[in-house]
Each structure stands twice: as C-alpha cells, then as structure tokens.
Ligand binder design. Structure first.
Ligand SMILES: [Zn+2]
Length: 98
C-alpha cells in the first residue's frame, strides 16, 4: 500500500505552488483584510455614499468580495446598505449606457 500512497502524493503536488510561498498574485488586489474589521470607526451606513462608493463600479455594480477584500459579514452588510441606498436614490442602480 505504500507505493500507492506515494503515487497519490505526487499527483496532489503541483511543484510550482508547493515550493514557493509567493503571495504576489493579482496586482489590483490591494488589501487582503476587510477594512471594516480593521477600522472600527468606519461604519456601514446606507445614508453615507462616501463609504458605499468604494464598493460599486462606475456602472453601479457591486464589487465582489474577492476584489474588495471584505469579509463575508461585512460584505453582506455592504450589499444590504447598497440596496437601501439605491432605493432612496443615494446611489444609482446603473448609470446610463453611453
Ligand atoms: Zn469585516
């Protein structure tokens, strides 16, 4: 059974990934930590478009978590806040196509 086990190990190993703990990936992935967890004073408020603006594209789309770096909890709060903000016309649902 030992040889079988070894073969299994080799298949799982992708040499490039395993050897180098290189954390340089996408250059636009600026911060990995959630900024709301880092900064307790930063409040997710649907009446505050300045905070929400960070998390929408120019076209009004919500920026996904893998790019914004938010944690699940805060990303959810952002989504809710954004939708509220849209409803009271603080943020647009979408900008007009040019
Ligand atoms: Zn967070």
């Amino acid at each position: 059974m030992k040889s079988n086990q070894e073969r299994e190990d080799k298949r799982m190993k992708k040499p490039a990934e395993r050897s180098a703990p290189d954390r340089k990936r996408k250059p636009f992935l600026r911060r990995k930590v959630c900024r709301f967890c880092t900064d307790k004073k930063l409040d997710i408020d649907y009446r505050n478009p300045r905070v929400l603006r960070y998390f929408v594209t120019e076209r009004g789309k919500i920026i996904p978590r893998r790019i914004s770096g938010n944690c699940a909890k805060h990303q959810r709060q952002i989504t809710v806040a954004l939708k509220r903000a849209r409803n009271i016309a603080i943020l647009p649902f979408t900008t007009a196509a040019h």
